[in-house]
Design a protein around this ligand. Structure first.
Ligand code: GLU
Length: 469
């Protein structure tokens, strides 16, 4: 049988990280085996329906490269692929299940406690109630004896006593199926061979298997995935304000890094962790999926995103950054700026803060001139800046980082000082920041000679005034 997996999101208006991880694993498991990956929209909970939510699912799948072989817009002959368009199918199979003894009409109001009295209604009583238009649901009928077991690919052997399973609703009073029914009917009719989903469905799976058995259908292979937690005990959830795929994109993470990172949330590769989608397809294996909850570690994602940024050709990185440069009003060497940022940046949204000294330096703060390691303080910084001011007027090679480094180094040598004694005060005078992308040379290059001189002068004057006090 051909490997076929499905990603079955409910259209909730955002792509939760856990959901995207499920989509990715479904995709990788299918593609590793040259199988089919199917998208099915599970929109039977009409109250949760959000406008535009389905389009968002399409968009994320497209953007992340998780191309499905069949879905609402790609017919593979087993559609429709949107559950709300399959109501007739569910009704047909619910009736069959009733006929086979696997389900029954229930006219009770509210929650059931104990055995469902409707189990004992005669055929005539049922028909009379239906004819009278009494509101009803269809419930699963569960044997009171025996056990149901199955082997999950991740969680191993699961066995439960049937009497512990509740007779859940399969068709609601509004005629819509519940997940508990629709997933079985759809997975069977869509020839899904491997069901890959969150482990919150593990405990209900025996109930689903009872339905398969009643129909005498083949039970799929189950791959239940561990939850994605934000710490030891809390699950990641949008309700708690945790990140969705869109949030991460907005925060400036690359889709390649997001996909790479979430692939590791519950699966471990044999060695190298930086893996493209193609690498992941080649390497992904069910045996390395973990049972224990994965922890979403933002520091690791930052690190990984930085790795992706650094591996890009400079031009591509520069293109990516151009929109973030719109706030720059001064004429500066933007390519040099990108060159300086590339080895340092972890995520695109950090650009703003990194470049906030370009339009103008931060307000003067004498304390930044004091740097223990550089052995600088406001007094000796003033001397250094005076020296630089005196000599830099004759230096014109601002676009040549090597030449400018040599210029500063020579000044330090001449005065028998460590380089930092010259370079740190220059860096501070140009920015008034303790953390800058690049040092004195790169910043002077980016700002150009005129602005560099202007800021050196301002720094000098401020330091003079400060030192006098
Ligand atoms: N619609 C379900 C959800 O979003 C899908 C579960 C499954 O993959 O079967 O949780």
């Amino acid at each position: 049988m051909k490997m076929r997996t499905r990603f079955a999101p409910s259209p909730t208006g955002y792509m939760h990280i856990g959901n995207l991880r499920t989509a990715l694993y479904c995709y990788l498991i299918a593609k590793h085996d040259h199988g089919d990956f199917i998208l099915r929209i599970e929109d039977t909970d009409q109250q949760r329906e959000v406008e535009g939510a389905i389009d968002l699912i399409y968009q994320v799948m497209e953007e992340t490269g998780l191309h499905y072989d069949e879905g609402p817009d790609i017919d593979g002959g087993v559609g429709p692929y949107i559950q709300s368009q399959r109501l007739d199918i569910y009704h047909e199979y619910a009736q069959k299940l009733i006929d086979l003894g696997g389900a029954h009409y229930c006219f009770c109001e509210g929650e059931l406690e104990g055995e469902d009295p409707c189990l004992h209604l005669s055929q005539q009583e049922i028909q009379d109630k239906l004819d009278a238009g009494i509101s009803h649901v269809i419930r699963q009928t569960i044997p009171t004896t025996g056990t149901t077991s199955f082997d999950d690919e991740v969680y191993g052997h699961i066995e439960v006593e049937n009497k512990t399973l509740n007779e859940g609703i399969l068709i609601k009073s509004d005629g819509y199926p519940t997940y508990n029914f629709a997933n079985v009917i759809d997975d069977h009719l869509m020839n899904i061979s491997h069901v890959v989903r969150g482990n919150e469905y593990l405990s209900s799976t025996p109930k689903y298997n009872l339905i398969y058995k009643t129909f005498d259908w083949e039970i799929p292979t189950y791959i239940h995935l561990p939850p994605v937690n934000k710490d030891e005990t809390h699950k990641l959830s949008k309700r708690n304000g945790d990140a969705s795929y869109q949030d991460l994109k907005e925060k400036g993470y690359l889709k390649e890094a997001i996909i790479n990172y979430i692939a590791l949330l519950g699966w471990s590769p044999a060695d190298e962790e930086i893996l493209s989608l193609d690498d992941l397809i080649a390497q992904f294996n069910i045996e390395h999926i973990s049972k224990s909850p994965a922890i979403f570690d933002i520091d690791k994602l930052n690190w990984m995103n930085g790795m992706y940024l650094r591996e890009m050709p400079l031009n591509q990185f520069h293109e990516l950054l151009l929109p973030y440069y719109h706030s720059i009003t001064r004429k500066v060497d933007l390519l040099e700026l990108s060159k300086v940022l590339q080895p340092r940046l972890e995520k695109l949204s950090d650009v703003e803060e990194s470049i906030d000294f370009i339009n103008q330096a931060h307000p003067f703060d004498a304390s930044i001139y004091t740097h223990k390691k550089m052995k600088t303080n406001p007094e000796n910084s003033l001397e250094a800046l005076e020296l630089v001011k005196e000599r830099i007027a004759d230096f014109d090679d601002f676009n040549n980082d090597e030449a400018m480094t040599e210029f500063f180094v020579n000044l330090a040598k001449e005065k028998e000082l460590k380089n930092g004694r010259i370079m740190w005060p220059v860096r501070v005078a140009l920015t008034n920041k303790s953390f800058t992308p690049g040092g004195a040379v790169e910043i002077a290059h980016i700002l150009g000679k005129e602005e560099t001189l202007r800021r050196l002068n301002i720094g000098l004057e401020k330091l003079k005034a400060e030192n006098k006090e």
